[in-house]
Design a protein. Structure first.
Length: 134
């Protein structure tokens, strides 16, 4: 978290400044937490709507996102664990072997994991950022 160097001047900070620093630390820590329920980060989309995020852990090549009530999919991040134990970042592109590429498609509330033939996912952890329809 935020910390100020120990100096005579800083030792005399009033309670208000200390409380503001504590609030900033709490806000920063909370913004880094991932959850399987919707979290509202400190962000808004271009239309002013809040951006929600939710993390999923799944083993199939599709993920039904109907429960999120998505209006606009803003961002996807996470990793895919291959059968050989290697972890690949979402949207991985290998210049050497197209068989190792990983990408995503989203349509009608379903997120599709598309992989080359060298990638056999055993686990996928993905965080989706989105605005809601309501």
């Amino acid at each position: 978290g935020l910390a100020l160097p120990a100096t005579e001047k800083n030792a005399s900070l009033d309670g208000t400044m200390a409380n503001q620093i504590a609030a900033l630390n709490k806000s920063f820590t909370e913004s880094l937490q991932y959850s399987t329920t919707d979290v509202v980060p400190c962000d808004t989309w271009t239309n002013g709507k809040p951006i929600y995020r939710r993390t999923f852990n799944f083993a199939s090549s599709t993920l039904d996102l109907t429960s999120c009530a998505i209006e606009r999919l803003v961002k996807i991040e996470g990793t895919v664990t291959n059968k050989d134990g290697y972890q690949y970042p979402i949207s991985y592109c290998s210049a050497a072997a197209i068989e190792s590429n990983i990408s995503w498609r989203y349509k009608d509330n379903v997120l599709y994991l598309l992989t080359g033939s060298n990638i056999v996912p055993v686990s996928t952890i993905v965080t989706v950022y989105f605005t809601r329809t309501s």
